[in-house]
Design a protein around this ligand. Structure first.
Ligand SMILES: [Zn+2]
Ligand SMILES: [Zn+2]
Length: 298
């Protein structure tokens, strides 16, 4: 793993709605990697390396929650990296969420062939970029991994109630997770969840990538944990990168009010009896029949 590159990426300042520095940095990096084709669409970046029928895929988000300050210096200290504003000598969030994910995606792009990688804007404001994803890009993806989870042991298979992968995918990946001391857990909203919500037809997961205390000035990145995650991701792609793991979301579970940029729980059960599967109008078959027989209409 290239520590110098990690520090370089961590020093790029980026915040939601002002991520052009990171955008430009990524484009420059991608252009320096052989055999890469990229395009941008609605502020997101899509990269394909090599040629294959199916690709392993990594995604990351380009924004952080940390405001742009006079200076951001990444300071390695005791195996960790923190952010210091040299102008004030105050600690500031280093933005490992999700610069570590950006680093991971770029490193994999350098090392692995074939591979697809996508970078999304404005995840922190409600997955705005990924909700406008070009879904055709993902049609030939075998699975999609995102490194956008704090810590060093979580493999998120379920995000905000949205199932991200098939049992086959989880079964296949289990032994590798054991080797790397990762556990399958439920997690929160992030880009892979948005992609599933939009109908992504392969399995996906969100992986702990070594940042801690995200969204605070005390955030730090643990170098060993980043390397550990990198090795896990490379091993996954090595062992199963060329296998397609289809997975279709059976029931969305949530719907998004884009005007308010909020998520609302949608019941997995009939709104009335909470016992059976709902039809399109939210009521189950038997409740529909019951009520329509009462009112004479539907
Ligand atoms: Zn975040
Ligand atoms: Zn994040």
């Amino acid at each position: 793993m290239n520590l110098h590159k990690l520090i370089e990426i961590l020093q790029v300042q980026t915040v939601s709605y002002e991520q052009f520095r990171m955008f430009a940095k990524i484009i420059r990096e991608v252009k320096s990697i052989r055999d890469c084709n990229f395009y941008t669409h609605k502020g997101n970046i899509y990269v394909t390396k090599g040629q294959a029928d199916g690709y392993p895929c990594l995604v990351a988000h380009m924004d952080t929650v940390h405001d742009i300050v006079e200076d951001l210096t990444a300071v390695p200290i005791g195996g960790n990296i923190i952010g210091i504003n040299q102008a004030t000598m105050m600690q500031t969030g280093i933005g490992g969420d999700d610069k570590v994910g950006v680093f991971m995606a770029l490193e994999c792009l350098r090392l692995i062939d074939p591979i697809k990688v996508a970078f999304f804007r404005d995840e922190e404001t409600g997955c705005e970029g990924s909700y406008e994803a070009d879904m055709t890009f993902f049609e030939n993806c075998n699975f999609v991994l995102q490194c956008d989870r704090q810590g060093n042991e979580d493999f998120v298979v379920d995000a905000s109630g949205i199932e991200l992968s098939s049992s086959k995918f989880q079964f296949q990946i289990g032994p590798l997770l054991d080797v790397f001391n990762y556990q399958m857990v439920s997690g929160l909203m992030t880009d892979v969840m948005a992609l599933k919500d939009l109908g992504l037809s392969c399995s996906a997961a969100n992986v702990s990538c070594g940042y801690f205390n995200p969204h605070t000035a005390h955030e730090f990145v643990n170098i060993d944990s980043v390397e550990h995650c990198f090795n896990l991701v490379v091993s996954i792609i090595d062992q199963m990168g060329n296998i397609k793991f289809p997975h279709i979301l059976k029931e969305t579970g949530y719907w998004r009010n884009s005007a308010q940029n909020q998520w609302h729980a949608k019941s997995l059960y009939c709104m009335d009896c909470w016992a059976e599967e709902p039809t399109a109008n939210g009521y189950c078959q038997s409740c529909n029949e019951y009520y329509s027989s009462m009112t004479g209409c539907r």
